[in-house]
Design a protein around this ligand. Sequence first.
Ligand code: SF4
Length: 141
Amino acid sequence: MSEQVTRAMCRWCHSMCRVAVHTKDGELVKIEEDQTDPRVNMIFPPTRACVRLAGAKEFIYHPDRLKFPLKRKGERGENKWETISWAQAVSEIAAKLAEIVKKFGPESVATTTGTGRTDLWVWQRFMNVLGSPNLGGQGTI
Ligand code: SF4
């Protein structure tokens, strides 16, 4: 199958560059700036120099990339892990959160993050439903 080019928007940071994603047989070949973007030589020179974009293939296909939840086996610091299902991970985390909220109240849970992304509202809504106002970080500031 020949190489395909799909136009997309990168959301790895706030620049939201328009990009051209090259794929072949379902595999990423490269990502580069979208030359059809009228802003390409005006306000989006970061796309050309972006190290994230240049390293996208390595990021996506790196053998050490985490793709499934890992649960610690043994003692902390032993660096022993087992792969668990998403359902098990969500269930165990939910049970622990419920236990903390029951023992210490919802305001005992606090979170922080870097700058906001499109999923910031999900995190804010989660904390709202949990009953804790304690979320902070650049995005909320
Ligand atoms: S291509 Fe680079 S500069 Fe542009 S949005 Fe993605 S990460 Fe940010």
